[in-house]
Design a protein around this ligand. Structure first.
Ligand code: ADP
Length: 328
């Protein structure tokens, strides 16, 4: 292997060692707020609460049993939309659904419920990362047990972005070693890309996200030039106030409803390297990078899970992976 390969491997090992000696708790800022929603809340009301707080997800609390009841994410709203599409005559019903009905909705539309995973905040961060990759969860709640009452408490939620940012901020000595172009390390997806145009309906795009099990669809023009990205979280403002009929409107309309503080989309080229991607993650709230050529034509997409997977697993012995797999 070339010196470049050696350095790359050295960087990756450094990061993996770091993740093994830090805990999920270390990722949390000194002070933070956590919005937890009661499972009895109407789904319709939960939308406003998320929007008002500028968040896209929240842990659910079952106050009857004083227990953690899962994580509310944009996938749940997409499920509600699918339910509405399958049973349009039940729109009045849809308005009366509570967060506790989400499992029933999953069952009725026939989707496999996401595994409810959580990790203990004091376990190694490496373990949380492996569990995220294994279950494809994009965020994991940190659940602790109260010593006195023996009850579960949700401490916080860690996301792929927070972990990657934590790596970026604390591992500059390792990330500078990651000098191989993303093209050479095969980071991201470059074929069978799911795309849509500004004139596509929001429902069509949601359909693509469900079918491909992805959280974003690049929006391109007729020459495949990148115009924008429609993200799973963009459905939240679309159905605010129970206006499900607006889902028939265009992606262009929906994207104009984005909050003023929308962070923008991030692009890179195939010659870019992971060290510069980590620079971007260090500075900005990145959810994915869209790979474009010099004419801004869409080439590929690099998700945070692609990055996390590469950082954790590239070059690992199969045996090691299996061993850790059974451990977690
Ligand atoms: P994340 O898990 O970080 O939220 P996604 O669910 O969007 O990311 O991505 C899951 C996988 O699908 C990744 O390997 C990513 O490269 C790929 N992918 C993401 N978006 C698309 C798309 N529009 N078309 C094809 N593949 C995609």
């Amino acid at each position: 292997s070339s010196p470049l390969d050696k350095e790359q491997m050295q960087g990756l090992r450094g990061i993996r060692e770091f993740l093994k000696v830090r805990t999920s708790y270390d990722v949390l800022p000194l002070s933070f707020r956590l919005v937890v929603l009661d499972n009895d809340l109407l789904i319709k009301k939960s939308l406003n609460i998320l929007l008002q707080n500028g968040i896209v997800s929240a842990p659910l609390w079952d106050s009857r049993n004083s227990a953690f009841a899962g994580l509310l994410t944009s996938t749940d709203y997409i499920n509600v939309i699918q339910y509405y599409c399958q049973f349009p005559e039940e729109i009045d019903q849809v308005d009366k659904f509570r967060l506790s009905s989400l499992r029933e909705i999953e069952r009725r539309i026939g989707v496999v419920p996401l595994e409810t995973v959580s990790v203990h905040p004091m376990r190694p961060l490496y373990e949380a990362c492996r569990r995220m990759l294994r279950t494809r969860a994009r965020r994991i709640p940190l659940v602790d047990t109260d010593d006195e009452t023996g009850r579960e408490t949700v401490v916080s939620v860690i996301t792929q972005y927070r972990i990657l940012k934590f790596i970026a901020v604390n591992n500059e000595q390792h990330t500078v070693l990651l000098k191989k172009p993303v093209r050479d390390i095969g980071l991201g997806t470059y074929s069978s890309l799911a795309t849509a145009t500004m004139g596509s309906s929001v429902l069509d795009v949601i359909d693509l996200m469900v079918k491909h099990n992805i959280s974003a669809v690049p929006i391109v023009d007729q020459n495949f030039k990148l115009l924008n990205v429609f993200e799973a979280v963009d459905v939240i403002p679309c159905i605010k106030g129970g206006a499900y009929e607006e889902l028939a409107s265009t992606v262009g309309d929906a994207l104009s409803r984005r909050a003023d503080d929308f962070g923008g989309i991030y692009i890179c080229g195939e010659d870019d390297r992971l060290d510069s991607i980590f620079d971007t993650i260090r500075k900005s709230r990145v959810h994915r990078l869209v790979v474009v050529d010099d004419d801004s034509r869409l080439k590929g997409i690099i998700s945070l899970s692609d990055i996390l997977k590469y950082v954790l697993l590239f070059g690992e012995e199969e045996d090691d992976i299996r061993q850790v797999g059974t451990m977690i």
